[in-house]
Design a protein around this ligand. Sequence first.
Ligand code: CUA
Length: 160
Amino acid sequence: MDENVHVIERYERAWIIFGLGMIAVFLVLIGYLMIANRDSIPIGAGRVNATQVRSEGDFANPRVEQVGNEYVVYVQAFAFGYLPTEIRVKAGRKVTFKITSPDVQHGFQIERTNINPQVIPGEIVEVSHVFKSPGEYRIICNEYCGIGHANMISKIIVEP
Ligand code: CUA
C-alpha cells in the first residue's frame, strides 16, 4: 500500500464519523422539537358518529369553554365553514381545539401558527396553542372539500 491509500482511508473515516454525527444531531433535534412542540402535534381524541355530529354531544353545541385558566373549543368543521362562528380567547392562555366534521374531510390551519390538523368526519382531532400576541388569526381549510372550499374561512380573535 502506498501513502495515498492511507490518506483516502483517513478521509473516508472522517466522513463516516461526520455522517453518523449528523444522524445523531438530527435524531436529538427531532426528539427535542417533538417534546417542545408536543401541544401543536394533532392527536386523535376519540370518535363520534359523523351522522350525529350536528345533533348530539359536544359538537352539536360548538363553543368556547373556559376551564380554569385555559380554553377548550369544540369546533365543527363543515362544508363550508366553521362553528362556532366566533372564537374569542385571551392571549397567553392555552387553547385546546377539539375538532370534527359531520360531512367530508376539511383542514383547520390557523395562520401565523404551526396549527394545521386534518379534520376527518367522525374523528375528533385535538390540538393546542397559546396565542402570544393579540389580534385576529384566520382559520382556513386546506383540504379540498367541494365547491365552497376556497370560502371556508373563519377567525379567532385573541384579546390582550
Ligand atoms: Cu373545507 Cu376545504
